[in-house]
Design a protein around this ligand. Sequence first.
Ligand code: GCU
Length: 455
Amino acid sequence: MKKIFPLFILFLASGVCRAQFSQATRDSIARLSALDHQQMKQQLNIAIPNRPGPSGNPDAPNAANRTESKVNQYTLPDPLVLKNGKPVKTEKDWWEKRRPEIVEDFDSEVYGRLPKNIPRVTWKVISVKDTTIGNYPIREKTLSGIVDNSAYPEIKVEIELVLATPAKAEGKVPVVLELGFIRWPFGNITPEPNRLISPGEPGWKEQLISRGWGYAIINPTSFQADNGAGLRQGIIGLVNKGEPRKPDDWGALRAWAWGASRAIDYFETDKDVDAKRLAIEGLSRYGKATVVAMAYEPRFSLAFIGSSGAGGTKLLRRVFGEQVENLASSGEYHWFSGNFIKYASTLTPDNLPVDAHELVALCAPRPVFISSGSPQVEGQWVDAKGMFLGAAHAGSVYKLLGKKDLSTMEFPSLGTPLVSGDIAFRQHAGGHSTGPNWSTWIAWACRYWGECKYY
Ligand code: GCU
């Protein structure tokens, strides 16, 4: 199979970033992803087919559960009990014993390990421009993070990044990094829209700039494609020298989060950026990558996790909306380690050694804001309540570390901001977007980043 891959993949993987896919290309990506999925199952010695996931189409006969009374009973692993059964009572035990256990389980079974030999990235400023966003003057820098590929020159990887800071800023400003440039895997290429919030409300970029903060956007698919066919390309492929992944190698979510960390490396060198006040934000699959980045990268001080659903902050054991079986299929398994496929074939989600609340707990004590849309507009696939519960069950760890949890286990009504603590949650009235929650997020973030200036 090795022979089929390289050239064709090179073509596809570059297509992922640069062109709209034709039907033929989409079919090829799906076919090659299915082949890679199959070879991973062979490595895992799994001979049985995966269990199929439910459908996201509410009218389909196998539609995903959308009825609260039909949710299963499940038992969550306790983030404050060690594997040997002993309770975690002190901060020291959390940091030295329990947290490393949880990290190891996520590394091996869910998101994959960061390789030890990732080559270095050199940042190059491509352009610096004085321009405007809305009515606000900004300084916009376009950057490229060039990955050293001397160990395997066949694969070239460059990270695309844009940084905008208020032109009127006096000194360093806090920056929100968005995992963005959403170029849907099978759709039109749309440059990241300055998403409108509701009619008359300024977009998120203006909202940040008007408060004296900056924003940056990193393009995740510039360094790791959003499909299984691209796993022998991008940063994952470069580290593996074009070979397939091992079962505990990193998946795309960790690779995207790695890129966000490399952006921090650059921010630390930029005199316009206050690298002590950096946040990460993303929606949907990039919402999943956002919580992964926050969990593993202590230099992010705040997070805005948008509609991350299954694979993000939604409890994986909860049978409602998207399921592990969907995530482990050939269309989405590339986000995770190969080992994750076991939980939709030889094992079940109840066998997972960890669940999403423990991913949120890995972010502690740093503040996180969990966002979702409304069931009517966004739909139920993301499972807003499942995300809320992921946040709620992380509370014991925040409290152990002297921070405030969500302060309720009761799912709030639409629009209610739960923002009094260091874990925050709000379900806005709009669709699949972080847009309508930006103003609430900014007000919450002001508490941590200090007085907001208004231009
Ligand atoms: C699909 C997928 C989700 C994902 C979403 C997105 O709906 O099932 O897990 O979050 O795409 O990224 O938009």
